[in-house]
Ligand binder design. Structure first.
Ligand code: PRP
Ligand code: ZN
Length: 299
């Protein structure tokens, strides 16, 4: 098959989403070999290639048609979309799927020692950020006049350098803010990893490959939380037991040899199974409770 029929996916080279994104694609069954310069991964068993790039470049690679798909944080996708919109350009890409990892938020933070009573305090302030469009949108919605100081990195040190009074940056664990004696005061946008796709027609072969990939991603996302639960239950407590199984659709009920009063229940639980759930099940009369991981799922 010639190279033009291979799906090209742009993925962050290093950073918060890099490892999880490659991990997701590998869980979809994709076997990858990395090029010597480590900027390209060749899909051995599927017609899919990965380009490893800076996340901020991914929207542009889609617009230019260099890649068909890209994995970025919603913050990057939205920043690019607003920037294009301001220049009356059509993004030409859309969000195909939210991927349930890389959760973080774009937030406003001020020095720990700065008093802050509300967004109005930002009026007239200098705010450093790598997300000028999202920040301007936030300020405009609140009718605030602030000076946006655009930086490409190390935003968190701007207040201690005296070049800004506040920052607007991504926060995940909050460790970067703490290390820089900054305090989070407001959320501009919540974000997670998303799969972006070009609006343009892909052609039949690539389109069907994309559909297969999307189905497999759904499968991977579903099994992430899913567990296979097996237990023994008193027959008369069956309704209660079914109710207590988190996210189980229609459990299988099986007779137990030589027991009229107890049955075996097998269920796929599509929500996280916590210890509390197991304790509640036991309280309702369940015994021999087993929780097993689900390896693959195809609905
Ligand atoms: C973000 C942000 C902070 C850090 C916050 O950078 O700029 O430096 O993550 O994370 P924490 O709250 O867990 O400390 P990111 O890794 O997204 O890199 P990039 O902005 O250069 O793409
Ligand atoms: Zn980035």
């Amino acid at each position: 098959m010639d190279g033009t029929q291979r799906l090209k996916i742009a993925v962050q080279k290093s950073g918060r989403l890099a490892d999880s994104s490659l991990d997701l694609l590998q869980r979809c069954g994709l076997k990858l070999t990395r090029s010597k310069d480590r900027l390209f991964c060749y899909g051995e068993n599927m017609p899919i290639d990965i380009l490893l790039v800076r996340d901020d470049d991914i929207p542009e690679l889609l617009i230019e048609g260099v890649c068909d798909l890209g994995i970025v944080g919603e913050n990057v996708a939205e920043e690019a979309r607003l920037g294009l919109h301001a220049n009356e350009r059509d993004p030409g890409y859309r969000t195909l799927k939210r991927l349930d990892y890389g959760a973080c938020r774009l937030a406003i933070a001020v020095p720990e020692t700065t008093a802050y009573t509300g967004a109005a305090d930002l009026d007239g302030a200098r705010i450093a950020t790598s997300y000028p469009s999202l920040l301007k949108h936030y300020l405009a919605e609140r009718e605030l006049n602030a000076h946006v100081v655009q930086l490409s990195g190390s935003v968190e040190i701007a207040p201690s350098l005296g070049t800004a009074d506040a920052i607007c940056d991504l926060v995940s664990t909050g460790a970067t803010l703490t290390a820089n004696r900054l305090r989070e005061v407001d959320t501009v946008m919540a974000s997670q990893a998303v799969l972006l796709g070009r609006d343009a027609e892909l052609g039949e072969i690539k389109q069907s490959e994309l559909e297969r990939l999307l189905r497999r991603i759904d499968g991977v996302l579903q099994v992430k939380e899913s567990k296979y639960v097996m237990l023994h239950a008193p027959r008369e407590a069956l309704d209660e037991i079914k109710r207590l199984l988190p996210g189980a659709e229609s459990p299988t009920v099986l007779p137990l040899e030589g027991r009229q009063d107890r049955v075996a229940v097998h269920a796929v639980c599509r929500e996280t199974v916590f210890w509390e759930h197991l304790e509640d099940l036991k309280g309702a009369g369940a015994s021999a409770v087993l929780v097993l991981p689900v390896e693959k799922m195809l609905d």
